[in-house]
Design a protein around this ligand. Sequence first.
Ligand SMILES: CC(C)(COP(=O)(O)OP(=O)(O)OC[C@H]1O[C@@H](n2cnc3c(N)ncnc32)[C@H](O)[C@@H]1OP(=O)(O)O)[C@@H](O)C(=O)NCCC(=O)NCCS
Length: 188
Amino acid sequence: MTAKQSSAGPAPTSAAGGDTASPAEAQDVILRVPNAEDGPALFDLIAACPPLDQNSRYCNLLQVSHFAETAVVAELDGEVVGSITGYLKPSDPETLFIWQVAVHEKARGRRLATRMMEAIVDREFCRDVRFMETTIEPENKASWRAFEKFAEARGAQSSQSLLFSRERHFAGTHNDEVLLRIGPFGRG
Ligand SMILES: CC(C)(COP(=O)(O)OP(=O)(O)OC[C@H]1O[C@@H](n2cnc3c(N)ncnc32)[C@H](O)[C@@H]1OP(=O)(O)O)[C@@H](O)C(=O)NCCC(=O)NCCS
């Protein structure tokens, strides 16, 4: 799916569009570039997906407008059930930083998280992206596994290091956030 194809509105994913879903996984899920109208739905989805940090509504609006090309929403029966937000690192535009991944409970287990990652990376906008980074709390097994699956699918290596520490950066109020860096990888 290219940004151009989908930014005009919802467009079903397809083999030509870069989504690798099997028919069972796809089940009418539409992956598309978000827009500002998706802000409220993104806010509600994040609230329904602990342990994600809730962002301000304004922050969500920036994520789906200024950073729409590096974000994706997944729609099932007209409802936003999945999202990824991210950006190209200003100091390193070959690296896509994934901010948050959310899949509503009702849509989990169909590889949606991994497919959404692939959908962003496969866009023309991300043609120069060779690395993906994110931070994950050490005990978030589903998140570790979803990113591991992306790395496996791309045949890419990965490395981990502590980026933000509970004591030093969160004043003891938040778990450690471990940086996962995947790559280099090629186009899908
Ligand atoms: C993490 C999350 C996005 C995964 O969504 P998903 O679409 O179900 O993920 P996928 O289907 O692509 O893959 C998930 C993998 O994790 C595995 N998994 C799911 N729950 C798990 C758990 N509690 N322990 C270990 N593995 C788990 C799945 O079995 C699957 O691996 P498999 O295909 O090898 O069996 C979803 O669980 C979620 O939104 N969680 C809450 C928010 C969050 O933690 N986001 C990530 C941090 S940014």
